[in-house]
Design a protein. Structure first.
Length: 181
């Protein structure tokens, strides 16, 4: 195996999607107003929309939520994003309707290719389909789709697609029943 040379790393193939000025403005707003406890949830939604996110109706975003790039975020109607959740979206994150992303969950679209000397990016989008639940402190990794009404259990790491109506826990996966009306 060839030794890793991090000095050879570049941003090749990664497009942040906005100018450095817009990126800086977003970081300033995110770190002073957006994530603050005193910022109303409706204002958080308005701020994300102002920075290019597509956000549905009735969305609740709690305080201390971090979003790397709002312009790479789509959220469906009536979705909840819990306190301290981190949407590390170097690539698009698409969250469906009636989804719950619980406290301190991490959706991470970024990764590196450990097989290359320059440790280049190996990023991929994440999709969380309608009715899914990403429980507290769960981690969803790059390139993964969480199926309709699936559950990513608290504290687990999901590195491959989770079919609809499936529960993923530290003990494995099992099929769920259709939600009751």
């Amino acid at each position: 195996m060839t030794a890793r040379d991090l000095s050879a790393f570049t941003l090749a193939g990664y497009d942040k999607g906005r100018s450095k000025a817009v990126q800086a403005l977003w970081f300033a707003v995110m770190n002073t107003v957006f994530s603050a406890w005193f910022c109303p949830a409706r204002l958080r939604v308005a701020i994300l929309r102002a920075f290019g996110a597509t956000i549905g109706e009735g969305v609740l975003i709690r305080h201390r939520v971090r979003v790397l790039w709002p312009w790479k975020l789509t959220v469906g109607d009536r979705t909840w994003i819990g306190e301290g959740a981190w949407l590390l979206n170097l690539e698009p994150v698409t969250i469906g309707a009636d989804v719950c992303v619980s406290q301190e969950a991490l959706l991470c679209t970024g990764s590196h290719d450990h097989r290359t000397v320059d440790f280049r990016y190996r990023n991929a989008p994440i999709t969380v389909e309608d009715g899914a639940w990403v429980a507290a402190r769960a981690i969803v990794l790059a390139g993964v789709t969480v199926g309709r009404h699936a559950v990513v259990g608290a504290g687990t790491v999901l590195s491959k697609d989770l079919p609809e109506l499936t529960l993923h826990t530290a003990d494995g996966t099992r099929t769920l029943k259709e939600p009751q009306q």
